[in-house]
Design a protein around this ligand. Structure first.
Ligand code: ADP
Length: 306
């Protein structure tokens, strides 16, 4: 194989109670990439369509992740990468993770798969380090593995793929405003009262159990974040209305996607997910800020070959 074309999924990190540990992959929202073997050694990004992002290998997360992988193998050839960007950077649905994950997945396939998808997470995390200053795995893990993922530990890296109920759908609204990841991090408190922590880990356990047993009510009851959302939601216009109206119209629960500004809701079935989209749009039409809305089944495969 000399060339591969792939779909790289958008991802939702945190998922209410799972700050910095949980993530999920979307099925029909994502970028496309072409990765090609070329005689010249190294990594060249030859094309980026859809967004204005750096072509220089060291400034693009795809290039940085690719070089992290190539530092572990000996090849007498190199790779070209084309990125067709549909996920806007800074949207909170894993734009940088899609490129980081796609680059390492594509190269690994062209090399004959010396690494497992789990192994690739560590390389893709180097792309995330370039994007945000922190080599976090909560977006690249679901982008590479699909479904829900839990980053149990980052040092040493221990990532688990969690069972995804078949009828689970996500609705995401992306208001066209900028929330800087650094600002979203800075406003967080560094300590948590024990009483609050107890409520939060009750929810994480409940959510994981609900996913495995396909208990949609339990999933809904557990989608509550007592630690980060009350603080971060201040940065997102009409967050509380979007959440309340989503749940009123049938969502199991709703929260901030990644560090925002996107807001996600989870629903049982595509019909409910569509009703939630209408409710979200109604709120934002009143606010008067432009937005995109996505409705997607949860993607259990991760990156897909096209
Ligand atoms: P997201 O949460 O959607 O990934 P971030 O704000 O975390 O958005 O990351 C986007 C940052 O990464 C921007 O500064 C962007 O310029 C940089 N970046 C570099 N290469 C890429 C790429 N291939 N795709 C997306 N963002 C990239």
């Amino acid at each position: 194989m000399e060339e591969i074309k792939i779909f790289c999924a958008a991802t939702i990190a945190n998922i209410s109670c799972g700050f910095d540990v949980l993530g999920l992959a979307l099925d029909n929202v994502g970028d496309e990439m072409i990765v090609r073997k070329v005689p010249q050694k190294g990594v060249t990004i030859t094309k980026i369509i859809g967004q204005n992002l750096p072509l220089e290998t060291h400034k693009n997360v795809a290039g940085v992740a690719a070089l992290a992988l190539l530092s572990k193998v000996d090849t007498d050839f190199g790779f070209e990468i084309e990125i067709y960007k549909n996920i806007k950077p800074g949207s909170g649905i894993g734009s940088s993770a899609a490129s980081s994950a796609g680059a390492v997945y594509g190269i690994n396939e062209l090399l004959g798969r010396p690494f497992s998808n789990h192994d690739l997470i560590e390389f893709a995390m180097q792309g995330e380090r370039l994007a945000s200053g922190v080599a976090h795995a909560d977006n690249v893990a679901p982008a590479l593995l699909g479904g829900f993922t839990l980053v149990r530990s980052t040092a040493p890296l221990d990532v688990l793929k969690i069972h995804t109920p078949n009828e689970l759908y996500a609705t995401v609204i992306h208001p066209q405003i900028e929330v800087k990841t650094s600002d979203a991090r800075e406003i967080l408190r560094s300590s948590v009262p024990l009483k609050t922590a107890i409520k939060q880990w009750g929810n994480i356990g409940g959510l994981i159990s609900g996913l495995y047993t396909e208990d949609y009510d339990l999933i809904g009851r557990s989608l509550e974040d007592y630690i980060v959302e009350p603080i971060r939601s201040i940065l997102i216009p009409a967050f509380n209305s979007v959440k309340t109206e989503s749940i009123k119209s049938g969502a199991l629960g709703a929260g901030i996607s990644g560090s925002g500004p996107s807001i996600f809701a989870l629903s049982e079935g595509s019909k409910n997910a569509s009703k939630v989209a209408i409710a979200m749009k109604k709120v934002y039409d009143k606010v008067g800020i432009a937005y995109d809305v996505h409705i997607s089944k949860i993607n259990t495969e991760g990156i897909k070959k096209l």
